[in-house]
Design a protein around this ligand. Structure first.
Ligand SMILES: [Zn+2]
Length: 295
């Protein structure tokens, strides 16, 4: 009897702690958003001359493909490696940012052609983005033989750098979000993006004020605790955090279901149990300051 009462007590206490995190998060979200919203690009910036809308989301963006900008608008670029990364790993972030009127751009560096399904996966990605609230003219899918969907191929840092820098400049991006050094799933293509961005930061090649955040990779146990993991993420330190509730989860799930070619049984379990369907926590990538003694 005592054990039973204890279990019930722990369960209720944990449920209350999850509710509390949601409550506090809703209070703190404007502050969190404000923290990353430091638009240094304004309309009229000499490096940015918005002239015309992109004609196709499936083409590489050219210097002529520039959208119109609104002053003080937070412009966020999410850099992923494959179609489905945007909803599998970044759905809470995309949904929170879109809900907050931020302009969200997606740069997907491959067509996901590992099983020769590249064309279908491009369409699925656009469908998924439409569900998440990213317009098709904010989506760029790179189809380059030097960036295949293949963990065995080392992606060119120089090529990724030029693509990301061009996006940042063309779209006046002030915040870039991507994977961390463990790539969340450990995929080499994910890790290549992190390494490139870390290199750009340490080499000082990013426009002043452009902030980079990497998505925390977490242990397997935490990864599949679904919403139960929320209090743990809340207590651990992070530089930026996005949390969604049941209503937004349904949209994230709908976006996942757009990737029909990938809907194997384990993907359905992922939708049910992955914590990344509810929570994203990020760490800022900053220039490492070494302890230098000056005599
Ligand atoms: Zn991926």
């Amino acid at each position: 009897m005592f054990v039973f009462v204890t279990i019930i007590f722990v369960f209720v206490a944990y449920a209350i702690s999850i509710k509390f995190v949601y409550y506090r998060y809703s209070q703190l979200w404007p502050h969190l958003l404000n923290k990353i919203s430091t638009p240094l690009y304004t309309v009229g910036n000499s490096n940015f001359c918005p002239t015309q809308k992109r004609s196709s989301a499936l083409l590489r963006n050219s210097e002529d493909d520039k959208p119109s900008l609104t002053a003080n608008e937070t412009r966020v670029l999410i850099v992923t490696a494959h179609p489905d990364d945007e909803c599998m790993f970044f759905a809470p972030t995309v949904l929170k940012l879109v809900e907050s009127q931020a302009a969200v751009y997606l740069l997907c560096l491959s067509t996901g052609n590992y099983n020769n399904q590249g064309l279908q996966r491009k369409r699925e990605l656009l469908d998924s983005c439409a569900v998440l609230g990213i317009p098709s003219d904010h989506v760029t899918i790179i189809d380059d033989k030097e960036l295949p969907d293949d963990p065995a191929v080392e992606w060119s840092t120089a090529l990724i750098s030029s693509l990301i820098l061009r996006h940042i400049r063309n779209y006046g991006i002030s915040v870039v979000l991507t994977f961390d050094g463990r790539g969340v799933s450990g995929h080499a293509n994910h890790i290549a993006i992190y390494k490139t961005l870390r290199h750009l930061v340490s080499a000082g090649r990013l426009p002043e004020g452009c902030q980079i955040f990497s998505l925390h990779s977490i242990s397997l146990l935490r990864k599949y605790l679904s919403v139960l993991e929320l209090p743990v993420s809340w207590l651990l330190p992070s530089d930026f955090c996005c949390v969604i509730g049941q209503k937004e989860y349904k949209r994230a799930k709908k976006a996942m279901l757009c990737h029909r070619s990938q809907l194997l049984w384990f993907r359905r379990l992922y939708i049910l149990f992955s914590r990344y369907m509810f929570v994203n926590t990020f760490q800022a990538i900053t220039v490492e300051t070494k302890n230098v003694k000056i005599y």
